[in-house]
Write a protein that binds this ligand. Structure first.
Ligand SMILES: [Fe+2]
Length: 296
C-alpha cells in the first residue's frame, strides 16, 4: 500500500469508528425505540385468560439521553399498543454520571401516570431508586422517595406486596418484591436486600395465576413454581449485545439472565432490555425497548 493509500485507509477507519461511536453513544440510546413482543401461554394459566401487558423497565431519567419529553413519547407509544395492563419494572433514577440535568422522580411519576390501561398500571422500585434516596440508605429502610412519588401520582407500588386483578371475570395476581441490592454496605459490590419473597407470595390467597415483578433477575432461582411468569429489568441486556452475547452483565449469573425469555425447570422469566442506560450512556445491538407480552 502507498503512503497515500494507507492514510486514506486510516482516515476511513477513523471516520467509521467515529460514526460507530456516535451511533452507540447517541443514536441507539437516545433515539431508538422498539417493541419487543413475546406471545405464549405461561404454566398454571387460566384457560381463556388473555392478557396484553406492556412493560417499561429502567428508563433512568436524566438529560440529555432520557429527558421527560422522551419518556412522554415512550408513554404515548405504550398507550397506542392498547395494553390491558402496564407494569413499570424499576430504575427511574439516572444510572450514570453523564447527566447534564437531573429529572425529579416526582416529574417522572407524573409522566408515567399518563399510561392508560383498563386494568391499571403498577410499579416496582429498582436499586438505583434505592441508592438515590440517601435518607433511606442512612435509615436502612423505605418507603423511598420513588415509591412515595409513584404512589402520590396514582400508580400503586408493589414493594413486597401482591394484588388480585380480574379480566372478564378471570382472576390473576401481580406481585412485586423490592430490590435485592437496595442498600449499600460500604463494601464494594456488597449490598443488603430489601426483598421478602416469602412474605409477598403469602399474600396470594388462591390458585389464580401469579405474575411476579422482580427488578433484578438474580431473584429468579428463588421463585417457586407457583409463579406463572417472572418479569425483570436491571440488566439492560448488557447494553452492548452481539450475536446473543453480552460482554458485561450486572448479574451474578453472567449471561444466564441477561436478556429475553428464559425457561428453567418449567419456570418462565422475561428480562426486558429496558429503556435507559447505567454506568455509561451507551447501547449497541440492544436498542431501548417496550416489552409487550401477549399471554394466554
Ligand atoms: Fe437496576
Amino acid at each position: 500500500m502507498t503512503r497515500r493509500g494507507f492514510l486514506k485507509w486510516l482516515s476511513g477507519l477513523a471516520l467509521s469508528g467515529a460514526a460507530l461511536t456516535g451511533y452507540a453513544f447517541a443514536i441507539e440510546p437516545g433515539f431508538r425505540l422498539r417493541i419487543q413482543r413475546y406471545a405464549f401461554t405461561p404454566p398454571n394459566w387460566t384457560p381463556g385468560l388473555k392478557l396484553r401487558v406492556a412493560c417499561l423497565a429502567d428508563p433512568h431519567l436524566g438529560e440529555p439521553h432520557m429527558p421527560l419529553s422522551r419518556l412522554r413519547k415512550i408513554v404515548d407509544t405504550a398507550n397506542r399498543l392498547e395494553p390491558d395492563l402496564v407494569l413499570l419494572l424499576g430504575d427511574y433514577a439516572a444510572g450514570h454520571r453523564f447527566v447534564t440535568r437531573q429529572v425529579e422522580v416526582a416529574d417522572t411519576a407524573r409522566v408515567c401516570a399518563g399510561l392508560t390501561a383498563p386494568l391499571g398500571r403498577y410499579a416496582i422500585m429498582g436499586n438505583h431508586d434505592w441508592w438515590d434516596d440517601l435518607t433511606a440508605q442512612r435509615e436502612r429502610k423505605g418507603p423511598i422517595l420513588g415509591e412515595r412519588a409513584f404512589t402520590d401520582a396514582g400508580i400503586p407500588v408493589l414493594e413486597n406486596s401482591a394484588l388480585r386483578l380480574e379480566k372478564n371475570g378471570r382472576p390473576f395476581w401481580i406481585s412485586g418484591t423490592s430490590s435485592i441490592v437496595a442498600l449499600k454496605t460500604g463494601r464494594p459490590g456488597v449490598y443488603d436486600s430489601q426483598a421478602n419473597l416469602a412474605a409477598t407470595l403469602e399474600q396470594v390467597t388462591d390458585d389464580a395465576p401469579v405474575i411476579h415483578l422482580a427488578h433484578e433477575p438474580d431473584l429468579f432461582p428463588d421463585i417457586p413454581r407457583q409463579v406463572s411468569l417472572t418479569l425483570s429489568g436491571h440488566t439492560h441486556g448488557g447494553q452492548v449485545r452481539l450475536l446473543g452475547y453480552s460482554p458485561i452483565v450486572p448479574s451474578s449469573y453472567g449471561n444466564r439472565f441477561a436478556y429475553g425469555h428464559i425457561v428453567e425447570d418449567g419456570r418462565h422469566l422475561i428480562v426486558s432490555g429496558g429503556l435507559g442506560c447505567s454506568i455509561l450512556p451507551v447501547r449497541f445491538g440492544m436498542p431501548p425497548e417496550i416489552t409487550l407480552l401477549e399471554l394466554g
